[in-house]
Design a protein around this ligand. Structure first.
Ligand SMILES: [Zn+2]
Ligand SMILES: [Zn+2]
Length: 300
């Protein structure tokens, strides 16, 4: 093995439902050996893969954390654009989708919705029908959901609120290294448990300025997510080599501005003193002896 690691994680989208040009919808690329996994496919995931030069057809499996639309609206784009005959696409095999209960319904209904496009492109462009096929694997408990060529993925249930079920996080193991992604969750013991000793622990977070926390809509949203102080407690207990935020929920109203990145760091520092990165779109993490963080060069 050369000096550079062959276990790499790239945040494709670090945003939320807000249609922000700077933070696309939730999606994370895992590259481990020759395996490439996508965790969630929020808005713009295909654009980020294109920016990285990773053909969509090279993704071995799409794993879903839960069924909030911001995590899934990029799926039809990824699925169908990835089937085209072009250097950025190239899928000739069925798309493998792994998710908690609900994945089959989502994917079979997308197949119905896009049936005419698939039919037309087979007839007109002679695209291989297998490249538009979808293979779904559902699970309903914690456990191994993917194991291939030295890459193991373990799903673990998280707590995104009483009616937002199912909701899962993922632990990816490769070459003795561990990456854990919380998925959308409130403070949850399972993240501490599965995140313990991880090289990289990627966690969601939500915050609002104190003036806003009395608003009902803010309380409702915060009740589904993890505050920076709570995330800091998760990091403090799990003790990853590096903790990183993604899925940054910055709440605001017409009168009250969103909190800042500095606020996010300061709040986290109330409960956690270890290594911390605030995720950005296209930020990557190379997992080796240590974790090397790289920012994608700004577009010209
Ligand atoms: Zn969610
Ligand atoms: Zn979300």
């Amino acid at each position: 093995m050369t000096g550079s690691s062959d276990f790499k994680v790239t945040l494709l989208g670090t945003g939320v439902p807000t249609p922000s040009p700077g933070r696309f919808g939730p999606s994370t690329l895992i590259e481990a050996g020759d395996q490439k996994l996508l965790i969630d496919a929020g808005r713009g995931a295909t654009i980020r893969l294109y920016q990285l030069g990773v053909p969509m057809g090279r993704i071995d499996a799409l794993l879903l954390t839960h069924y909030h639309s911001d995590h899934t609206v990029g799926i039809p784009d990824f699925w169908l654009t990835g089937w085209l005959q072009s250097h950025y696409a190239t899928r000739t095999k069925p798309l493998r989708v792994i998710g908690p209960t609900g994945a089959r319904m989502l994917m079979s209904n997308l197949e119905r919705a896009y049936a005419l496009d698939v039919k037309i492109r087979i007839a007109d462009e002679h695209l291989p029908p297998e490249g538009a096929a979808i293979e779904v694997e559902e699970f309903a408990n914690d456990g191994v959901v993917f194991e291939q060529k030295g890459v193991k993925v373990i799903a673990f249930e998280v707590d995104h609120g009483d009616v937002i079920k199912p909701a899962y996080g993922y632990r990816i193991e490769y070459g003795g290294r561990i990456v854990v992604i919380s998925g959308d969750t409130r403070y949850n013991e399972n993240v501490v448990r599965y995140g313990a000793g991880a090289d990289l622990l990627i966690h969601e977070v939500a915050l609002a300025r104190p003036e806003l926390t009395t608003e009902a809509f803010v309380q409702r949203i915060l009740a589904h997510h993890t505050t920076p102080r709570e995330a800091g407690r998760v990091f403090e207990r799990a003790k990853p080599k590096l903790a990183a935020y993604t899925h940054l929920v910055f709440l605001a109203s017409k009168q009250v501005a969103p909190a800042s990145i500095a606020d996010l760091v300061a709040e986290t520092r109330q409960t956690y003193g270890g290594p911390l990165e605030i995720g950005e779109d296209l930020m990557s993490f190379e997992i080796g002896q240590g974790v090397t963080v790289r920012r994608h060069p700004a577009p010209a």
